[in-house]
Design a protein around this ligand. Structure first.
Ligand code: SME
Length: 169
């Protein structure tokens, strides 16, 4: 594993394409899911210059904060609540251009203005975690983010069966 990432490109697409193989290389040969999630969050934060990026792990009725990079965040989110809870309930990616216009948005930081949340699934179709990325700017996320972050989700789905069961009840 190299010590640091070298992300090239000026467009978002170019940066994702430069970063993704490096993220894959980071997790190759490591089976521990928390170690891998931690490195992936750091790679995304510093590779893409995100304001906040992290995962919330699905328990019985709540999401619990997992590995992340950025300002401190709320630790528990109920099923269906906020963008993360809605993503869990709807089992689909949600892009929010203006968090103030999303009913029930949970503001962990008043600086956060837009976000994207993607679900990861187990083999039975249950949500195991959600990946949340926040921006300090309005409308930062689009189909390009969805496409490339979905590739990160697929990588994560490869090792999430080994996740310890989170309390989350
Ligand atoms: N905004 C999210 C909560 C998580 S933080 O942004 C890190 C939500 O509404 O679910």
């Amino acid at each position: 594993m190299s010590e640091s990432l070298a992300v090239t490109g000026t467009t978002k697409k170019e940066r994702y394409e430069s970063l993704l193989p490096q993220i894959k290389a980071l997790v190759e040969g490591e089976s521990d899911p928390i170690a891998n999630l931690s490195n992936i969050m750091a790679a995304l934060k510093y590779g893409m210059d995100f304001f906040w990026v992290g995962v919330y792990l699905a328990g019985a009725k709540q999401l619990i904060l997992g590995p992340f990079q950025g300002p401190v965040a709320c630790t528990r989110i109920a099923f269906g609540k906020g963008v993360c809870g809605a993503c869990w309930e709807q089992k689909q990616t949600i892009i929010v251009e203006d968090v103030d216009k999303f009913p029930g948005h949970i503001a962990c930081s008043s600086l956060s203005k837009s976000e994207i949340v993607l679900p990861a699934f187990d083999k039975d179709g249950n949500v195991t975690l959600v990946l949340d990325v926040d921006s300090e700017h309005l409308a930062s996320f689009d189909e390009t983010d969805k496409t490339y972050l979905q590739q990160v989700i697929e990588l994560i789905e490869g090792f999430t069966p080994a996740l310890p069961k989170t309390e989350g009840n």
